[in-house]
Write a protein of this length. Sequence first.
Lengths: 111, 115
Amino acid sequence: DAKTTQPTSMDCAEGRAANLPCNHSTISGNEYVYWYRQIHSQGPQYIIHGLKNNETNEMASLIITEDRKSSTLILPHATLRDTAVYYCIVRDRGSQGNLIFGKGTKLSVKP
Amino acid sequence: GAGVSQTPSNKVTEKGKYVELRCDPISGHTALYWYRQSLGQGPEFLIYFQGTGAADDSGLPNDRFFAVRPEGSVSTLKIQRTERGDSAVYLCASSLGGAGANVLTFGAGSRLTVL
């Protein structure tokens, strides 16, 4: 079973920030938080990952709470092309095995 | 190539037939993963290779499914005696492997339809 809980769907206005929450209350100290997204008819695309510090790259920011039991993916200026299913995944840093996907959050960016 | 390449992009077959799906990973990536995705669901893990060997095949649903990676690069997913329930998008991903964070790069998938 997936170790994360995400809302099924969210809407966001174009140009506004999209804040996607994820609960991972059973996360262990060795587990990273990963975010991927899947645009319709494409394979999943890596966005960002973090262990305990907040992270930022050219695509998004990842805010992890101090207790690490939840995180938020932030798309600072959402565009229509950001409409996708967003997956939050936790995975042991020492593991070389697979990522376990849940159902993710369907983000719809509206004009 | 620059990304993970999967062929064919679409495959329609009849129930009971044999199917092969191919994955060309990113050059230098030692780890390779197969997933399948049904409509409205997240990707479901099938098998993971580290080099030539299957490090974890716990996701293969039954013995009709088999995958190989003989030279540690290209992989083939083989499905025998296909059933209508095998219809899905089959995704391949590769990664550098090694310790620490492990980012997977996915291909566009092979859509299999079993009539």
